[in-house]
Design a protein around this ligand. Sequence first.
Ligand code: 6CS
Length: 283
Amino acid sequence: MKKLGILAGVAGLAITAVLATSGVGSAADKKLEQLKAQGFARVAIANEPPYTAVAADGKVSGAAPDVAREIFKRLGVADIVASISEYGAMIPGLQAGRFDVVTAGLFMKPERCAAVAYSEPVLCDAEAMLVKKGNPKGFKSYQDVAKDTSATIGAPGGGTEEKLALNAGVPRERVIVVPDGQSGLKMVQDGRIDAYSLPVLSINDLMKKANDPNLEVIAPVQGAPVYCDGAAFKKGDEALRDAFDVELAKMKKSGEFAKIIEPYGFSAAAAMSTTREKLCSAK
Ligand code: 6CS
């Protein structure tokens, strides 16, 4: 029996050596080794609290980067370094190698799932609109904005809300691309747009900080889905994405995932009640 054991051991070693040189199964190690050597993962964010935020001193926070930082640490990558990007530029930037991963609340939708390798779900949210107090145009849905031929709605360029407004029939010229939350808030306050649309938690964060009694939040936007994001990796980095998912699953199970995202207002249960597969095949 012993002899058989030794033979099996030698064979095992030989197979491992072949696999290592052939590169089979080393895809994760290659990219992960590169990030470990780099000492950080380059992440794309939008600076839209509570999803992502950059303080005056440059410190990066927000639920998405905080989850990613913790997972990369567990994978042996010491930190993350963030670049602010418009939502519409995140996937092209990832594909061009400007970022190693998007951790920004980039909601999973079939067309995006075809372009990137998403992790399992992290942050889920409904959609909202910021309007003048009293909701003078009576908006409840994106269709309501479409029906009112004088109405304009602001949304992030390449973002989900822009797409929802256009798909609801709001003409291109009445969907105004807004670079960030503060600009959107100001444009509603100044009457330059009739509504500004972001996910509920982002609009609520703006509303709280603005402390302006002449504003109102419409949430959830009727007819709009609840979306969930995931960390978005470049196609070809699926092995690294899988390693990320292993740690994410452990943190979901241990309660550490909830400890990170729930103080920001997100629900761990919501993210754990669905899967990448379901979200990427949603109609
Ligand atoms: O995934 C998106 O397109 C949307 N996600 C967030 C967190 N904010 C706005 C953006 O349009």
